[in-house]
Design a protein around this ligand. Structure first.
Ligand SMILES: [Zn+2]
Ligand SMILES: [Zn+2]
Length: 316
């Protein structure tokens, strides 16, 4: 609990100096101004991909945006550019220099290869506050190693004549345990353990905001903790693979997937118990099936509202 409190205090101290204005263009500014008055929770899918390099689907990343403050879950490749795209679509909270807090589900590369981007690009675009990152054991070492890998860049940007600040590239990395791990005036964030093959730590997250409860599974096999944390939640964002596609996979891959991921059939059972108001299929492994096929697979065993997530979808 103590590192969390310390982190929280640091944020409180840093926020007043963090809100400098930098512009990404007049058009985007206008759109942002128009939507800023809505002040509601928005869930934005920044990337719905997997390790498959699908050009239509960026690496896994979701933003929960509350009162124009973004909270990111995972940082797959493309995360910063997708945030910029969402900002251009009118999500004022996803202005790149506002990306200051992220929660990592686990350290698989498809969920973290955008991490260096999230550290460095918003800083270059004048973010002053250090990035706050919460994640499993190993996130501190990954952070330190990334900063080391980019030390030449950081040095040149600080000392080479570029107008830059001396705080925005820094990262406060927090290694978490299950329970409430973050709280501010917009959100209470709870981490819960999920099972993802041989990973020692993999987390799902529950976000409570003034108007919504949002649960994201992270990568996992069917996990009771997802059901317990949703129980009628507003939005459940859950990973899934196609049961039909799975049948065509080689046996060694079937063995792997069944220990690391959740089938459409299994997800239907989870959703039937968890009763989310909206189920969002996420991190979809299609293996030759279509989005409509996958939705049908789920709907065959689940009566509730379900959609197949795409990059830059916004809920509600
Ligand atoms: Zn993944
Ligand atoms: Zn994974």
């Amino acid at each position: 609990m103590r590192p969390f409190l310390l982190g929280f205090l640091l944020i409180a101290l840093l926020i007043p100096v963090a809100d400098n204005a930098s512009s990404n263009g007049e058009g985007a500014k206008q759109t942002a101004k128009q939507t800023a008055v809505e002040k509601k929770t928005q869930v934005v899918l920044l990337g719905t991909g997997t390790p498959n390099a699908d050009p239509e689907r960026s690496g896994p990343a979701v933003a929960v945006v509350v009162n124009d403050t973004p909270y990111l879950i995972d940082c797959g490749p493309g995360v910063v550019r997708r945030a910029a795209a969402a900002f251009q679509k009118g999500v004022a909270g996803l202005k790149v220099d506002k990306l200051k807090i992220a929660f990592v589900t686990h350290l698989h590369s498809d969920h973290t290869t955008g991490y260096a981007d999230l550290i460095l690009t918003p800083w270059t675009l004048e973010r002053q506050a250090p990035l706050q990152v919460y994640g499993p054991k190993g996130i501190k070492a990954m952070t330190a190693n990334l900063l080391k890998a980019y030390r030449e860049d950081i040095h040149i940007r600080l000392q080479g004549g570029e107008p830059s600040n001396h705080t925005g590239y820094k990262v406060l990395a927090h290694e978490i345990k299950p329970g409430v791990i973050y709280q501010d005036e917009n959100v209470t964030v709870k981490a819960f353990a999920v099972q993802h093959g041989k990973w020692r730590e993999a987390y799902g997250y529950r976000f409570e905001t003034p108007d919504k409860i949002i649960v994201i599974s992270g990568d996992c096999v069917p996990s009771a903790s997802v059901i317990e944390n949703c129980r009628g939640c507003d939005v459940l964002i859950h990973e899934v693979y196609s049961t039909v596609g799975f049948a065509k996979r080689p046996p060694e891959w079937q063995n792997y997937h069944s220990k690391y991921h959740t089938s459409s059939r299994q997800l239907a059972e989870i959703a039937t118990q968890a009763q989310p108001k909206l189920l969002v299929l996420y991190h979809q492994l299609f293996w030759g099936t279509s989005e409509a096929d996958l939705l049908k697979e789920v709907a065959q065993y689940y009566q509730g509202r379900v959609v197949s997530g795409r990059d830059l979808d916004i809920y509600p």
